[in-house]
Design a protein around this ligand. Sequence first.
Ligand SMILES: [Zn+2]
Length: 122
Amino acid sequence: MIICKVCGRHIENDNANFCENCGESLREHSSFEYQEPVKPAVQNTIEGASNEIPFRTFMGVLLLQLIPGVGWLIYAIVLVTWLLGNQYSQTHKNFAKASLIMSLISLVGAVFLVSSGYFPLS
Ligand SMILES: [Zn+2]
């Protein structure tokens, strides 16, 4: 059974070329719909969504810094692994690069402030 796209009439004859109610061409419409590339678009969307990195991943890595003692080392190792590992996405690499540069600025800043007497270590 075919349903006319224009008037919504149900046409019992599957081989009908035109709607018996409004005269709309049924063949043209149905073949046009079959040719629409709906599936690739949907697949791209799903693929894109699965490639997205969840918030908790980035937050988790940033929180590694709070582990006393070895936290900074683990944090740096994870970021360097992301930056150099071929299996990681460009988003991982971008995040890792930005975070490492920021950490470097913080480290240089901290060393500078301590050495200039802002934060006496004693
Ligand atoms: Zn119709």
